[in-house]
Design a protein around this ligand. Sequence first.
Ligand code: HEC
Length: 126
Amino acid sequence: MEHRITKKYSYFIAIALISVLGSCYYDNESELYPTNNYPTVNVSYATNVNPIIVSSCNSCHSTSAKFGNIITDTYLDLKKIVDNGKFIGSIKHNSGFIAMPQSSAKLNTAQITMVEAWIAEGAKNN
Ligand code: HEC
Protein backbone atom coordinates (compact mmCIF):
# COMPACT_ATOMS: atom_id res chain seq x y z
CA MET A 1 0.00 0.00 0.00
CA GLU A 2 2.68 2.45 1.02
CA HIS A 3 4.67 1.51 -2.06
CA ARG A 4 1.74 2.41 -4.36
CA ILE A 5 1.36 5.84 -2.77
CA THR A 6 5.05 6.58 -3.22
CA LYS A 7 4.84 5.55 -6.85
CA LYS A 8 1.83 7.80 -7.44
CA TYR A 9 3.62 10.62 -5.72
CA SER A 10 6.69 10.26 -7.90
CA TYR A 11 4.53 10.48 -11.03
CA PHE A 12 3.13 13.71 -9.68
CA ILE A 13 6.62 15.09 -9.02
CA ALA A 14 7.76 14.04 -12.48
CA ILE A 15 4.84 15.84 -14.13
CA ALA A 16 5.39 18.94 -12.00
CA LEU A 17 9.09 18.97 -12.92
CA ILE A 18 8.36 18.56 -16.61
CA SER A 19 6.00 21.51 -16.62
CA VAL A 20 8.39 23.70 -14.64
CA LEU A 21 11.35 22.80 -16.86
CA GLY A 22 9.16 23.23 -19.90
CA SER A 23 8.33 26.80 -19.01
CA CYS A 24 11.98 27.55 -18.14
CA TYR A 25 13.03 26.30 -21.53
CA TYR A 26 10.50 28.55 -23.21
CA ASP A 27 11.70 31.61 -21.26
CA ASN A 28 15.33 30.89 -22.06
CA GLU A 29 14.61 30.51 -25.73
CA SER A 30 13.02 33.93 -26.02
CA GLU A 31 15.96 35.46 -24.16
CA LEU A 32 18.54 33.69 -26.31
CA TYR A 33 16.83 34.58 -29.56
CA PRO A 34 15.26 38.01 -29.00
CA THR A 35 15.00 38.55 -32.77
CA ASN A 36 12.04 36.14 -32.65
CA ASN A 37 10.07 39.05 -31.26
CA TYR A 38 11.04 41.28 -34.18
CA PRO A 39 9.96 39.76 -37.49
CA THR A 40 11.70 40.70 -40.74
CA VAL A 41 8.86 39.65 -43.05
CA ASN A 42 5.21 40.71 -42.97
CA VAL A 43 6.07 43.38 -40.41
CA SER A 44 2.99 45.05 -39.00
CA TYR A 45 2.83 48.73 -38.12
CA ALA A 46 0.23 48.14 -35.40
CA THR A 47 1.67 44.98 -33.87
CA ASN A 48 5.42 45.39 -34.34
CA VAL A 49 6.47 48.96 -35.14
CA ASN A 50 4.08 51.17 -33.22
CA PRO A 51 4.81 49.64 -29.76
CA ILE A 52 8.46 50.70 -30.16
CA ILE A 53 7.42 54.21 -31.18
CA VAL A 54 5.01 54.43 -28.25
CA SER A 55 7.68 53.52 -25.71
CA SER A 56 10.65 55.35 -27.28
CA CYS A 57 9.40 58.35 -29.24
CA ASN A 58 5.89 59.59 -28.46
CA SER A 59 6.79 61.19 -25.13
CA CYS A 60 8.59 63.89 -27.11
CA HIS A 61 6.86 63.65 -30.49
CA SER A 62 3.13 63.60 -29.93
CA THR A 63 0.57 66.00 -31.31
CA SER A 64 0.82 67.93 -28.02
CA ALA A 65 4.62 67.75 -27.47
CA LYS A 66 6.17 67.96 -30.91
CA PHE A 67 9.87 68.61 -30.35
CA GLY A 68 11.63 69.58 -33.54
CA ASN A 69 8.14 69.80 -35.09
CA ILE A 70 8.21 66.00 -35.45
CA ILE A 71 5.13 63.91 -34.64
CA THR A 72 5.33 60.13 -34.35
CA ASP A 73 2.08 59.18 -32.64
CA THR A 74 -0.05 58.95 -35.75
CA TYR A 75 0.65 56.77 -38.77
CA LEU A 76 0.34 59.66 -41.24
CA ASP A 77 2.77 61.90 -39.34
CA LEU A 78 5.25 59.04 -38.89
CA LYS A 79 4.96 58.27 -42.60
CA LYS A 80 6.20 61.80 -43.38
CA ILE A 81 9.55 61.19 -41.64
CA VAL A 82 9.70 57.69 -43.11
CA ASP A 83 9.37 59.17 -46.59
CA ASN A 84 11.91 61.98 -46.09
CA GLY A 85 14.42 59.54 -44.57
CA LYS A 86 14.66 61.28 -41.19
CA PHE A 87 13.12 58.39 -39.27
CA ILE A 88 15.63 55.75 -40.29
CA GLY A 89 18.51 58.29 -40.32
CA SER A 90 17.83 59.36 -36.74
CA ILE A 91 17.29 55.88 -35.24
CA LYS A 92 20.39 54.50 -37.00
CA HIS A 93 22.41 57.52 -35.84
CA ASN A 94 23.50 58.18 -39.41
CA SER A 95 25.63 61.26 -39.98
CA GLY A 96 23.61 64.30 -41.00
CA PHE A 97 20.74 63.31 -38.69
CA ILE A 98 20.05 64.07 -35.05
CA ALA A 99 20.42 60.78 -33.12
CA MET A 100 17.17 59.45 -31.62
CA PRO A 101 15.72 58.65 -29.17
CA GLN A 102 17.29 61.72 -27.60
CA SER A 103 19.11 61.13 -24.28
CA SER A 104 18.40 57.41 -24.15
CA ALA A 105 19.81 54.19 -25.57
CA LYS A 106 19.80 53.51 -29.27
CA LEU A 107 17.13 51.03 -30.39
CA ASN A 108 18.63 47.53 -30.57
CA THR A 109 19.80 45.97 -33.83
CA ALA A 110 16.81 43.60 -34.06
CA GLN A 111 14.39 46.51 -33.69
CA ILE A 112 16.18 48.60 -36.31
CA THR A 113 16.35 45.66 -38.74
CA MET A 114 12.61 45.09 -38.27
CA VAL A 115 11.82 48.77 -38.89
CA GLU A 116 13.92 48.66 -42.07
CA ALA A 117 11.99 45.56 -43.21
CA TRP A 118 8.69 47.33 -42.54
CA ILE A 119 9.85 50.27 -44.67
CA ALA A 120 11.12 47.95 -47.42
CA GLU A 121 7.68 46.33 -47.48
CA GLY A 122 6.13 49.72 -48.15
CA ALA A 123 5.74 51.15 -44.61
CA LYS A 124 2.11 50.12 -44.70
CA ASN A 125 -0.54 51.05 -42.18
CA ASN A 126 -1.08 47.38 -41.48
C1 HEC B 1 13.49 62.97 -24.78
C2 HEC B 1 12.83 63.54 -25.94
C3 HEC B 1 12.92 62.81 -27.26
C4 HEC B 1 12.68 61.49 -27.54
C5 HEC B 1 12.35 60.37 -26.56
C6 HEC B 1 12.79 61.35 -28.97
N1 HEC B 1 13.07 62.55 -29.53
FE1 HEC B 1 13.23 62.93 -31.51
N2 HEC B 1 13.71 64.89 -31.11
C7 HEC B 1 13.73 65.45 -29.84
C8 HEC B 1 14.11 66.83 -29.95
C9 HEC B 1 14.25 67.82 -28.80
C10 HEC B 1 14.32 67.08 -31.32
C11 HEC B 1 14.79 68.38 -31.98
C12 HEC B 1 16.28 68.37 -31.90
C13 HEC B 1 16.87 69.58 -32.55
O1 HEC B 1 16.25 70.15 -33.42
O2 HEC B 1 18.01 69.88 -32.16
C14 HEC B 1 14.06 65.83 -32.02
C15 HEC B 1 14.15 65.67 -33.39
C16 HEC B 1 13.80 64.51 -34.07
C17 HEC B 1 13.86 64.33 -35.49
C18 HEC B 1 14.40 65.33 -36.51
C19 HEC B 1 15.84 64.86 -36.73
C20 HEC B 1 16.53 65.54 -37.85
O3 HEC B 1 17.64 65.06 -38.19
O4 HEC B 1 16.02 66.53 -38.38
C21 HEC B 1 13.41 63.08 -35.78
C22 HEC B 1 13.26 62.42 -37.13
C23 HEC B 1 13.09 62.46 -34.51
N3 HEC B 1 13.33 63.35 -33.49
C24 HEC B 1 12.64 61.19 -34.39
C25 HEC B 1 12.52 60.52 -33.17
C26 HEC B 1 12.22 59.12 -33.08
C27 HEC B 1 11.94 58.21 -34.26
C28 HEC B 1 12.23 58.82 -31.75
C29 HEC B 1 12.04 57.48 -31.13
C30 HEC B 1 12.90 56.42 -31.59
C31 HEC B 1 12.54 60.05 -31.03
N4 HEC B 1 12.72 61.05 -31.93
C32 HEC B 1 12.60 60.15 -29.65
C33 HEC B 1 13.43 64.83 -28.67
C34 HEC B 1 13.16 63.48 -28.52
